[in-house]
Design a binder for this molecule. Sequence first.
Ligand SMILES: Nc1ncnc2c1ncn2[C@@H]1O[C@H](COP(=O)(O)OP(=O)(O)OP(=O)(O)O)[C@@H](O)[C@H]1O
Ligand SMILES: [Mg+2]
Length: 299
Amino acid sequence: MDAPCHPSLHRPPDTAAPLLAVESVSLEYRNARQEVLRATHEISFEIAPADRFVLLGPSGCGKSTLLKAIAGFLSPVSGSIRLDGREVSGPGPERMVVFQEFDQLLGWKTVRQNVIFPLLAGRKLKRRAAEARADECLAKVGLSVFANTYPHTLSGGMKARVAIARALAMQPRILLMDEPFAALDALTRRKMQEELLRLWDEARFTLLFVTHSIEEALIVGNRILLLSPRPATVRAEVNSERFDLSSPGSADFQQAVQNIYRQLFDEPSGAPAPDDVPDAPPSARRRGWARVLGFMRTA
Ligand SMILES: Nc1ncnc2c1ncn2[C@@H]1O[C@H](COP(=O)(O)OP(=O)(O)OP(=O)(O)O)[C@@H](O)[C@H]1O
Ligand SMILES: [Mg+2]
């Protein structure tokens, strides 16, 4: 029988070893005039199997760049990225990415064909097995009824679900998600967070999730890495295991939001912290970061 839609089945026997090890990773872009823009500076962290690890930092700090490097689309200028002890040197099916953009699906293929395509293209499964896996994963995200429809007929939330089903069908060692729910309305976003946590509860896959919402980070993650403005460096790591979708009203949760905001921006306590991490907080402007951020935006 074909293996079910459970990436956890591919977990190595030694669960104590880090699944992903990012060591002192610096990433840079070069423009046409060969000017260098440093996106991340000597970032280090380790992710264990079944972690829900969140990268949280202000817009433009380098989160997507880091995710792209882990996905293998970009090479570090220094440092190393290892998955199961092996150096990442390019994209691979063991690191599937779900992006923020709704147009990540192939518009000329049906929902079902979108999920089947990478399974066949990557020679992961034969057609019959790929079809069975796709059907199972679509059922898990509640889209069986829409299997034969085309992406342009779906809502944003449904497209996000197809992208998740497609990624999970590949049974990756780690699922990389770059602000997958950022473009959704608040209700749909909450529903998607709920679904993601339900899927994780069933399959215990390893997740690396990027967001700039403090609330989303606390709900989705069990560990949160706080990043500075660009070039991203590690500010701190926060344990958020105790929070879930029912937590946001609690005093403990609000305190955690405040603490994270302060650690990100060194704000004095008292002022309510916004949920979304702003580009440049007042304190940052006072310290002259605005000049740096201004440069970033035009970069
Ligand atoms: N392809 C590229 N070429 C040159 N510079 C880039 C490229 N992609 C991103 N950058 C720059 O690298 C920096 C980090 O960008 P990145 O997209 O990683 O930020 P981010 O933290 O994901 O932001 P956001 O939260 O807004 O998505 C920015 O200054 C951006 O302008
Ligand atoms: Mg980004």
